[in-house]
Design a protein around this ligand. Sequence first.
Ligand code: NAI
Ligand code: MG
Length: 340
Amino acid sequence: MSHELTLLPGDGIGPEVTEATVQVIEAAGVDIVWDRHRVIGATAVERGRPALPPDVVESIQERGTALKGPVTTPVGKGFTSVNVQLRQRLDLYANVRPATSLEGLDTPFDDVDLIIFRENTEGLYSGIEYFDDRLDIADSIARVTRRGSERIIRFCFEYAREHGRDHVTLAHKANILKKTSGLFLDIGNDVAADYPEIEYDDRIIDNLCMQLVTNPERYDCIVSTNLFGDILSDLTAGLVGGLGVTPGANIGDELAVFEAVHGSAPDIAGQNVANPTAMIRTAVMMLQHIGEPDAAAAIEGALFEMYREGDVLTRDVGGNASTSEFADALADRVAHHVEA
Ligand code: NAI
Ligand code: MG
């Protein structure tokens, strides 16, 4: 079966890690016709186009699924994050970010297996910001809605039920943010009652961070509002080997955009040293989503072998292979898995 999908290589390390990923998907024998869009973010703005060009949005709306590399966002000024715009425009309300220990990687814990479910369209990312330059006062509005909260919390419980996971933790700061976090927590308590077979609890975000860096194996599914979910997912990436190995997905009711947790990593861009594992595991999630479970399993199996053996790994995880050396070795192995 042939698939038509959108490919957004992004910028920084994006083109390097997406190219590696496409190579590995091809080795698995999946037939994909990619609609590639390289002009996005700063590249688009330089050409006098909107940071998120309409043809990118249309391509994903038509094809339903995209694989996306990171796109740089200017800090403190400039255009609104393309990543955030895309999630909001396409209503990709669930940001799913698994953090699972990789056998063979030397990390402080070896039995982490949790997933962050981050609300992806509102909260402190709603874009409602004011600056009063007379008084030098800045305000950001965290908009939390019943509809937005209920759908991400339900998504998390449904995912848990479907995947045989038995514990959901809701992360909040309802002691201080009594309205916004308070609403999110109230809705969580209500929704949890519909899933009696799933253990449910809540944690105040700061305490949860401390718990996660001391006893991460106690956690399973964690659901939270946008900013808390963003921060938590970098934290949990750090528990299992870092941003180079942790995948992610933005899922809505109709559309899905698959992208890793990491950003464009300008510090290592263009050097052929980035770890494509996060992007490749992101592609594994995508292949499961588009109904290619065998290819997903072949890639994941080969990847796990590479980490167990530890001979060809990138430098962020203690090896000295380049991005392309890692991709070549993995693609070879995937091709053997598929033939076998
Ligand atoms: P970052 O995730 O790009 O980098 C943080 C650190 O992790 C850097 O030291 C980097 O070298 C390392 N790293 C990240 N991915 C790696 C990989 N695959 N292999 C090896 N090392 C890796 O975060 P940072 O520096 O905060 O953000 C850089 C830019 O990326 C910013 O403009 C930010 O807005 C953007 N960004 C974009 C995202 C997206 O497109 N979804 C997500 C996060 C950030
Ligand atoms: Mg982030």
